[in-house]
Design a binder for this molecule. Structure first.
Ligand code: ZN
Ligand code: ZN
Length: 434
């Protein structure tokens, strides 16, 4: 399609935003204002300083107290009203007319139990804790959206709720946010996750299956310890555990349709200390992933059966321990996906909006998307220097902060244009025809 000089807005040294001529009306106006607002020098400096403060205080699973306080302090400074606590540490804000329609944007607040190995002057101050999944970036971009949306509150054709939630990493924070009423009156929800292998200025998303259902298991396999030289007087949990681990491999290779994606991984085996002692017990743990419509129910049941029965063959008892909330699979709603794609194409140019494959990672945004239409996208945080790019959950994870104003503007645009509901069909049709 043709574009004119004035259809480009310079939003940084590295990329320009392509504004499609078809939208030289209200939508384009909103985009330009959102982008230039989030690109203001003082806003960019504020976004970076907030992200760095958050990065220094990573907290895990329902312990995000300092993080929650920081968010509330910033919201107060912005004049954005909020309610809390949701799910112990969560915060929910409301911006706009206070009337329907209501659309929600979500960011997770939790870090990971990991020692940071990135050297910087804003390194984690909490030993054994790190923002290695980029949730500090997510919170910052959502605060950025709060700022730019607040500045244009009178233009919003409805209400935007911003959800700052705890415990995405295994704690099912989203489920508890819903139980505490965070989705009240909300008709659609959107979220984004940083993507270290995509450059800043790119996003990736897809319709339908996006993230797998996931769950964890832990089992204590109890035998009878004794002298290694007299195994016949013991019940050896090490051999039983070995057979359990091998038995679990059959669940995917022999019981699952090869055209379906499933994973069962045993990730930890602990038992015994000495060369000459058969231990009393061995503890194993692991995870499973699936896109099955039953949310992994069958797989969960079969994992328990294999562990218990394989152990029983070797004379051992099993205690299955409950370790986390199983997450359902995340399916992006097709209409919401199209909206996200349209917004991103409008903002970044269609060559920077990529299709992605489904991921076997778990994502508790799935709880929201089970209740109301929702869609997630990945947003690139890669550096030009590829040696600086590390995967999520790496102790070297080091996202590119240049994305912050862009993520804030994209969040805001997704919400604001959603509320101008008349645009949704038009945008989708026209952009998908490009
Ligand atoms: Zn993560
Ligand atoms: Zn994450």
């Amino acid at each position: 399609m043709e574009s004119r000089e004035e259809d480009f807005l310079d939003i940084g040294q590295k990329w320009t935003v392509k504004l499609l001529p078809a939208f030289s009306s209200a939508a384009c106006g909103a985009f330009m204002e959102l982008l230039s607002s989030s690109q203001q020098e003082d806003t960019v400096a504020w976004l970076k300083s907030v992200r760095r403060k958050l990065h220094q205080i990573p907290e895990t699973c329902y312990e995000e107290f300092e993080t929650s306080q920081l968010i509330r302090d910033e919201l107060q400074k912005l004049g954005v009203p909020y309610k809390w606590p949701f799910a112990t540490t969560g915060v929910v804000t409301t911006i706009g007319s206070g009337k329907a329609p209501v659309v929600a944007l979500r960011a997770e607040m939790d870090g990971l139990p990991l020692d940071e190995l990135v050297d910087s002057d804003f390194k984690s101050m909490h030993p054994g804790r790190m923002h290695a999944c980029g949730h500090d970036m997510h919170v910052t971009m959502l605060l950025g959206a709060a700022k730019v949306l607040k500045e244009r509150e009178e233009k919003l054709q409805g209400t935007v709720k911003l959800l700052f939630q705890p415990a995405e990493e295994g704690g099912g924070g989203a489920r508890r946010m819903i139980e505490d009423g965070a989705l009240e009156n909300v008709e659609a929800i959107f979220g984004m996750h940083v993507m270290p292998l995509g450059p800043v200025g790119s996003i990736a998303t897809k319709s339908g299956a996006f993230c797998a259902a996931s769950g964890r298991f832990r089992a204590v396999i109890e035998g009878k310890g004794g002298h290694a030289a007299a195994p016949h007087l013991t019940v050896d949990p090490v051999v039983a555990t070995s057979m359990v681990v091998v038995g679990l491999q059959q669940l995917v290779s022999r019981e699952t349709n090869p055209l379906e994606s499933q994973v069962v991984s045993v990730t930890s085996v602990h038992g015994g200390k000495a060369f000459n002692i058969i231990p009393q017990h061995v503890t194993i743990q692991g995870t499973y992933r699936t896109f099955a419509r039953d949310g992994g129910e069958r797989l969960r049941r079969r994992i328990t059966e294999v562990i218990e029965n394989q152990a029983a063959v070797h004379g051992c008892n099993v205690t299955m321990e409950s370790v986390s909330v199983p997450y359902p699979a995340l399916f992006n709603d097709d209409k919401m996906y199209k909206h996200v794609k349209a917004m991103a194409r409008l903002m970044l140019g269609q060559e920077h909006v990529l299709d992605t494959d489904p991921s076997m990672a778990g994502e508790d945004f799935a709880f929201y998307a089970q209740k109301i239409p929702g869609a997630m996208l990945f947003i690139g945080v890669g550096h030009d220097d590829a040696s600086k790019n590390f995967m999520l959950h790496s102790p070297y994870f080091n996202p590119n902060e240049d994305v912050l104003p862009l993520g804030a503007a994209l969040h805001a645009a997704i919400a604001e244009v959603y509320l101008q509901s008349a645009y949704i069909g038009v945008l989708t049709e026209v952009l998908n025809a490009q």
